[in-house]
Design a protein around this ligand. Sequence first.
Ligand SMILES: Nc1nc2c(c(=O)[nH]1)N[C@H]1C(S)=C(S)[C@@H](COP(=O)(O)OP(=O)(O)OC[C@H]3O[C@@H](n4cnc5c(=O)[nH]c(N)nc54)[C@H](O)[C@@H]3O)O[C@H]1N2
Ligand SMILES: Nc1nc2c(c(=O)[nH]1)N[C@H]1C(S)=C(S)[C@@H](COP(=O)(O)OP(=O)(O)OC[C@H]3O[C@@H](n4cnc5c(=O)[nH]c(N)nc54)[C@H](O)[C@@H]3O)O[C@H]1N2
Ligand SMILES: [Mo]
Length: 764
Amino acid sequence: MTRYSAAHWGVYEVSPGDRDAAPRLAPLGSDPDPNPIGLDQLEEGMARLRVLRPAIRKGWLEKRTREGRGEEAFVEVPWDEALDIVAAEIARVRRDHGNEAIFGGSYGWASAGRFHHAQSQLHRFYNMLGGYVRSVDSYSLGAGRVLMPHIAASMDESNASHTSWDVLEAHCELFVSFGGVPLKNTRVSSSGAGRHRARDGLRRLREAGARIVNIGPVGDNLGDGDAEEWIAVRPNTDAAMMLALAWVVLHDPLFDRSFLDSHTVGFDRFRAYLTGEADGTPKTPAWAAAITGVPAGRIAALGQDLLRHRTMLNCAWALQRAAHGEQPFWALVTLAAMVGQIGLPGGGYGLGYGAMNVMGSAHPRLPGPVFPQGTNGVSAFIPCARIADMLLHPGERFTYNGGVHRYPDIRLVHWAGGNPFHHHQDLNRLRQAWARPETIIVQEPYWTPVARQADIVLPATISLERDDIGFATREGFFVAMRQAVPPQGEARDDHAIFAALAGRLGVEAAFTEGLDMMGWLRRIYAESAGKIAATGINLPDFDHFWEEGIIDLSAHDRPHVMHADFRRDPLVHPLATPSGKIEIYSEKIAGFGLDDCPGHAVWREPFEWLGHEMAARYPLHLLSDQPERRLHSQLDASAYSRAGKVAGREPVYLNPADAASRGIADGDVVELFNDRGRCLAGTILSDAIMPGVARLATGAWFDPGPELERHGNPNVLTLDRGASGLSQGCVAQTCLIEARRFEGAPPRVAIFDLPQVLPRNVSP
Ligand SMILES: Nc1nc2c(c(=O)[nH]1)N[C@H]1C(S)=C(S)[C@@H](COP(=O)(O)OP(=O)(O)OC[C@H]3O[C@@H](n4cnc5c(=O)[nH]c(N)nc54)[C@H](O)[C@@H]3O)O[C@H]1N2
Ligand SMILES: Nc1nc2c(c(=O)[nH]1)N[C@H]1C(S)=C(S)[C@@H](COP(=O)(O)OP(=O)(O)OC[C@H]3O[C@@H](n4cnc5c(=O)[nH]c(N)nc54)[C@H](O)[C@@H]3O)O[C@H]1N2
Ligand SMILES: [Mo]
């Protein structure tokens, strides 16, 4: 009988391997566009990098020193002893400094599966002990998550309610996307992708006759070449382009205020800015041309098409992962409101059709199983991308969403299910910050860069080694994720690790509620099934589900139009904004008094961009986008990820003209650098990258050499600064660099070598 497993990158059919071989993973038979990521995760290339036993850095074990973190050897310690040591350290920090000294934000994707979600386990554990310093928002949507509830709808609401592809196919005539719809990104969905739908969705949209326009620095990131037009725009200048399109719409004889009057607030305040009445600068196509590099005639022509068709305006999340990242989202919603088609089939706006598989799904939206986290007794928090600031500047103030807060003084960091030495910006700065806490504990299946930067590493299982339930919003499945292989080495489930720690700290009963793992799976399944029954959909009982292996919910699919109810009757179906309407001007945000995020969409110069004086020294704008062949840093050592490397390093895409003027050829090892850091990468020349732009995906395992990073991790170059005083979101896409050919023999990439791990009682 077929068994199944769910991962962020898709659902697998699991069949036994021959004799001693590992089980074989195949994509779900009904997946129209299977994703190759992760099919080789049980193979030797990944298996050899597993953490086999608890390991403690030598200097910490012997003398409790911070020095040597990230450099010294580890010593293997039996589980009981490691758990005793960790419990005693948590008790010490709580006693001497309070729970406010423990950072348990633990940002990261971990793995799919509703119960063994590493962060949920960690958060519940610390909540039972009185709490921990948490982190809010995400690296994905730092600016968007804070902005959007003020002006239209929360990002969770928005992600789960995008107009479905079938409706776009039937009604959309003009699909304009800032940042494209990169199919590589739609291969994944948080908590588990189901059938991969975007490739088909775009193809059918094109075949139905829609005109598809890609706006941005990268020309080949819209479907399989489904875009008919590519408008190359300088990175981080989209808000100016959107404002100029709004200016054209405003002056179009077809412009009609009725939707603005009935469904939005504050248009006149914005209009005064748009026309220049407020600041003397009309936001005309000519004005935007100087900023964006797009000819004024081209902006004007596109602007005139918007009112003459059923138009969907879409924007990639990458645009808000930048300085003043709120502005492209706000300007896009404003422009769509002026076009007046929000809530109509095939029209309106989209925030991230290319960001994840879930966008555009017609599967039902249902309340899935949830492992309860309890309540956090500590109020201190940080916006997630402010971690280095927090560690470097305890006690300092920061603003966030209208409030003023202080960074707590952290002594203990405990991470499970994330890799800050992948995800954070300016990794050289993070290393300085990371040296400050007294103790760092990491739970990880693999010897990842963050595991190597820990004092105590506890080996965690991977999904295929445990039982779990797979479910993700609008992905159309419940998956019985039955254990396929025994745990490698002495790895334990995160839940088992926290239950054992809870026992040593006197909160085991509170943490487990007397349930074992299967008891929890039954309970969270039953709770979810109960809520779903209220929607009229009846799920089988747990035993039946567990035996069947998969529940396919696609019989309940429905075409969906975002904001349709709101359009029909904004009084009966108001938005959750202060006015119940779309806020083109937000009194609330204006009231925060922030110049870097005033009360309506504006153009503000990014901290670094091609129009900045810094571009004289660093003339390339670096885009560090999502990697095609893995999820972030996960599975970087897999055969599939490694097959995408150039000269053993992450590829950097350069325009041939930029390469020629620097004497760089296809396949060359290049050095990318700025004042923050240096890294090596392997060159791919491409006409689909506009001149002045370099593209190096994230997630190559951080491999710091004595001189430079050797593997191609862009976060040694990126800027660690908040997007604005409103959101403090990550600004990874705001980064200038220079490139040169690397002369001589490039240093070997060493991060896939195992770190030095000594057996107990053996000196090095
Ligand atoms: N420059 C730049 N940087 C970026 C971005 C960018 O666009 N540009 N994008 C940002 C974005 S959007 C994001 S979301 C972040 C992603 O950053 P992360 O989510 O931190 O990246 P991952 O590599 O997915 O890290 C997940 C880790 O969890 C581990 N893991 C998997 N399963 C388990 C488990 O069951 N238990 C435990 N304990 N661990 C497990 C994996 O081995 C892996 O090391 O990166 C951000 N960083
Ligand atoms: N295979 C795979 N898929 C993933 C992930 C992964 O790691 N691997 N990560 C997932 C996660 S966590 C997230 S948050 C989403 C992120 O989804 P996004 O943020 O949308 O993804 P990115 O690849 O960073 O960027 C999308 C496109 O935006 C373009 N772009 C960048 N800067 C600009 C700009 O200033 N202007 C314009 N017009 N375009 C710009 C880039 O060229 C890129 O092609 O992806 C998800 N999908
Ligand atoms: Mo993300």
